[in-house]
Design a protein around this ligand. Structure first.
Ligand code: SF4
Ligand code: SF4
Length: 130
């Protein structure tokens, strides 16, 4: 039975060190949301990711994401897939130790429905094993 992880908005994943990668179309969507041109957005809010293979959002001096405001995401409506997908579409061994999402064991159809509502896309396969 798959587990749906219900985010409690603890914001831990917005404070971890590492890349917040921008996928196809995300840069333009976020820039538009902020009322910025793509070049301005790139200059102010992005850097090369650690593999030098794409763009990542920049961090604040304390390591938190530049778009974290208190417990809110300033770009919630258009946040990158990497953010939307954690921890239901991707995660890593032991993530539960740092993430406060509440587990719910549900049927497969219900899991797909909840993931689509939470992540904005219908999952094509069953969840990754935690
Ligand atoms: S874009 Fe929003 S959800 Fe993603 S890491 Fe930054 S603050 Fe968190
Ligand atoms: S996904 Fe997990 S770590 Fe990120 S805000 Fe939700 S509960 Fe916290």
């Amino acid at each position: 039975m798959p587990t749906f992880w219900d985010c409690d908005r603890c914001t831990a994943c917005c404070r971890w060190p590492g890349d917040v990668r921008l996928g196809p179309g995300e840069l333009e969507r976020i820039a538009d949301h902020l009322g910025l041109g793509a070049e301005d957005f790139i200059a102010r809010f992005t850097r090369l990711d650690r593999h030098r293979a794409g763009l990542s959002l920049v961090e604040n001096p304390d390591g938190s994401c530049v778009f974290l405001e208190g417990r809110d995401c300033r770009i919630q409506e258009v946040k990158p897939r990497q953010c939307r997908g954690f921890p239901n579409l991707w995660n890593f061994p032991g993530f539960e130790k740092a993430c406060h999402a509440v587990p719910h064991d549900v049927g497969e159809d219900e899991w797909r429905r909840r993931v689509e509502a939470a992540c904005g896309e219908r999952p094509s396969s069953l969840p990754p094993r935690a």
